[in-house]
Design a protein around this ligand. Structure first.
Ligand code: ACO
Length: 322
């Protein structure tokens, strides 16, 4: 038994900051950001209502509609996030309330940018064991609250948004995963406090916002992502030729290009959308999945590899059959 994807959904705020706007805030340029990262714009939450739980609920609602499933049928809701507005109740309980999934068990999961992947693995374990039949897995982030908007080395990278999938227990199809964590290297990507809307405030305690050794994260990603994808394909006796798409965490287009090259694959199999959204951490994989599902569609039975990496450090790859 595996959890098969029956529907996808996503939500991004309509308020947008492009690179030119950021170059008014810090010493940077559109050219530098595009060349080094592939990012042109990012969507940012606005106002009181639009927060992590709101975005997660909108994405979950859309995924439910896509799946043609009623909220009462949902047994499990997991929200992967590092930026829930409140410590409790969890964002997942907020989603439950917003969509009316009265029968669901709900909790949040923190694995930074690998969060969606680890949440998907968790849901697969429940569904695979026959404990639950129907689940929603969401990745949702308001990273604009965690970013120091005076630090040009990080603020250009991130954006807000949410993506979701609905899973149903099924005897058909395949799901397989490889996942790792390396707490020894946790110091290269940190955030010690949940700050709220720093760009609207005067005082800055820089240490508490997102801190990153960009070079180290880059090296970690380009070495570990191809390694973990190869391990997954070897485990399942599949060759790269048999994979229709690789949906990678959208952090930097140069990371995606390097992974494609190291796997000997063409970029056509590696869709990217960080140009529009920046790095939305745990939301990036499900947003991209939803975009492809809605725009092009996946061929039934095709193999798709998802791969994420991020704070912790954490990383992994999952294989699913559409
Ligand atoms: N605008 C202009 N110049 C800048 C900017 C900026 N926004 N940021 C840094 N610079 C300068 C630096 O000060 C440096 O100047 P110097 O040569 O005079 O010292 C120069 O540009 C080069 O800086 P590098 O840090 O070497 O630039 P690099 O090419 O490595 O790009 C980047 C930096 C984009 C952060 C890259 O290292 C990267 O993408 N790393 C991975 C980051 C990542 O993916 N993080 C998230 C993953 S996990 C997660 O999603 C939470």
């Amino acid at each position: 038994m595996i959890g098969k994807i029956y529907g996808t959904g996503s939500y991004v705020p309509s308020f947008v900051w492009d690179n030119d706007k950021l170059s008014e805030m810090v010493e940077t340029s559109d050219e530098w950001i595009r060349e080094r990262t592939g990012i042109a714009r990012r969507h940012i939450i606005e106002g009181e209502e639009e927060d992590t739980t709101y975005m997660a609920s909108r994405a979950a609602c859309e995924a439910l509609k896509d799946a043609g499933i009623q909220p009462e049928e949902i047994d499990l809701i997991i929200v992967a996030t590092i930026s829930a507005g409140e410590i409790m109740p969890s964002s997942a309980c907020g989603v439950q309330k917003a969509i009316g999934a009265v029968n669901a068990v709900c909790f949040d999961l923190n694995a930074a940018c690998t969060g969606f992947l680890f949440a998907l693995n968790t849901a697969q374990a429940y569904l695979g064991q026959g404990i639950y039949k129907t689940a929603i897995v969401v990745g949702a982030e308001s990273l604009s609250n965690l970013v120091n908007w005076t630090d040009r080395s990080t603020c250009i990278l991130f954006g807000d948004g949410a993506g979701a999938v609905v899973l149903k227990a099924s005897k058909d199809g395949k799901y397989s995963q490889v996942a790792y964590s390396d707490g020894r290297k946790g110091g290269v990507l940190t955030c010690s406090s949940r700050n709220q809307k720093k760009y609207e405030k005067e005082s800055v305690d820089a240490e508490t916002y997102m801190q990153m050794d960009g070079g180290e994260v880059f090296k970690f990603a380009v070495s570990k992502v191809p390694e973990v994808i190869r391990e997954l394909l070897d485990k399942e006796n599949l060759s790269t030729k048999e994979i229709a798409y690789y949906i990678l965490h959208q952090a930097n287009v140069r990371i995606v290009q390097s992974v494609a090259k190291r796997l000997g694959e063409k970029m056509e199999k590696f869709p990217v959308n960080m140009g529009e959204y920046g790095n939305t951490s745990s939301a990036s994989i499900p947003i991209l999945l939803d975009e492809i599902n809605k725009k092009k569609g996946f061929r039934r039975g095709s193999y798709i590899v998802l791969s994420g990496f991020g704070g912790g450090l954490t990383y992994g790859a999952s294989l699913l059959q559409w």
